[in-house]
Design a protein around this ligand. Structure first.
Ligand SMILES: [Zn+2]
Length: 357
């Protein structure tokens, strides 16, 4: 479909006010790198992005995911000044407000796409959110912005079925746990495994009524564009299309990039571009293209710049020929075969597209 998409971008200097301790990887400089990519894109493609000024999430929206106790804990910790909520998760005086701004940005972008004001968009925010549990901060994350946005879409926009696809190199334990009993929200994740935070085995596939609505694709370290593209074509896209969401949120970390100092994967700019094209194809087929990309991790400037540019390129370009028609061959004994077989074994009862293979 050769139609120019209206692309919203969230970017705000206040995200820099969440101040990291010396040498912490989740640094304000991350968004300087993303900002460079956005600025370069705007120079080359004037008028192609709609800038949105974010606002803080309401208590009511944050409490759709988090407990009142957690909200109070984060507020009180920030009021005390610089410190930590766990070994990895720092807090600074402005962090409570900044984390609310991150969640509010995500809600705002999603609502504008749901209303039809925008077609799609990218939120360059921090702190990240997908490790935050309902009652605890974790893994650099204070509030789970994507999870809050998913529930806000259901509450305020009448959206019923939501797909969260999390391609951050880490498993999004908080997002999984928020929705693992809920068949209306499918959480899919590709991640390095075994790795932090330890969750995300293929066998974690949802609970009770939510059986099948957690879809984990654990991948050994060293996987690159080939394996990710294969996983997208053989698992993520077909299952996403079978689920048939009304809206898609992408937890869009760039720490599976080959240059990332925390992850040990090898995605290149081309890989992120192809993965975004596939998600756009899924979104166009399932839900009129309603999809929002929200930054999670990503700790190398090069990875953040290339990742952001790749996503913007795929959102801006006309949709190419389908990338799903002739998927990559799966060679016996390969990493791709092992990953795909392990996931198929778990989900063959949950999805017809897997059962029929
Ligand atoms: Zn990560």
């Amino acid at each position: 479909m050769d139609v120019t998409r209206r692309i919203g971008v969230i970017e705000d200097p206040r995200f820099q006010d969440h101040i990291e301790p010396t040498h912490h990887p989740e640094a304000a400089a991350r968004l300087v790198a993303v900002g460079k990519a956005l600025e370069a894109w705007r120079q080359d493609h004037p008028g192609s992005l709609t800038s949105l000024t974010p606002s803080e999430a309401s208590d009511d929206d944050i409490l759709l995911i988090h407990t009142e106790d957690h909200l109070r804990t984060v507020k009180a910790a920030a009021a005390r000044g610089h410190g930590h909520l766990d070994a990895d998760t720092f807090i600074s005086p402005a962090s409570y407000d900044v984390a609310r701004l991150a969640a509010g940005s995500c809600v705002d972008l999603a609502m504008r796409i749901a209303s039809g004001e925008l077609d799609t968009g990218f939120a360059a925010l921090r702190p990240p959110g997908h490790h935050a549990e309902s009652r605890a901060a974790m893994g650099f994350c204070l509030f789970n912005s994507v999870a809050v946005a998913a529930r806000a879409l259901q509450q305020h926009a009448g959206i019923e079925k939501i797909l969260i696809f999390d391609w951050d190199v880490h498993h999004g334990n908080g997002s999984q746990h928020s929705f693992e009993s809920d068949p209306s929200i499918l959480y899919m994740s590709t991640h390095q495994f075994p790795f932090y935070p330890g969750t995300g085995a293929a066998g974690e596939s949802g609970l009770g009524m939510g059986l099948g609505s957690t879809f984990n694709v654990p991948m050994p370290q060293g996987c690159g564009d080939f394996e990710y593209l294969g996983v997208m074509q053989h698992l993520i896209a077909p299952v996403a299309l079978e689920f048939d969401p009304d809206f898609i949120l992408v937890s869009c970390g760039f720490d599976a990039h080959e240059a990332d100092p925390l992850g040990s994967m090898n995605i290149t700019a081309n890989g992120f571009h192809a993965m975004t094209q596939i998600m756009q194809e899924v979104a166009e087929s399932a839900c009129g293209g309603r999809i929002a990309y929200v930054l999670e991790g990503g700790y190398s400037a090069q990875g953040l710049i290339e990742g952001t540019t790749s996503v913007l390129a795929a959102l801006s370009e006309p949709q190419p020929e389908s990338r799903l028609g002739s998927p990559l061959a799966i060679d016996a004994g390969s990493n791709l075969a092992a990953v795909v077989d392990a996931v198929r074994a778990v989900h063959s009862q949950n999805y017809t597209c897997i059962k029929s293979r």
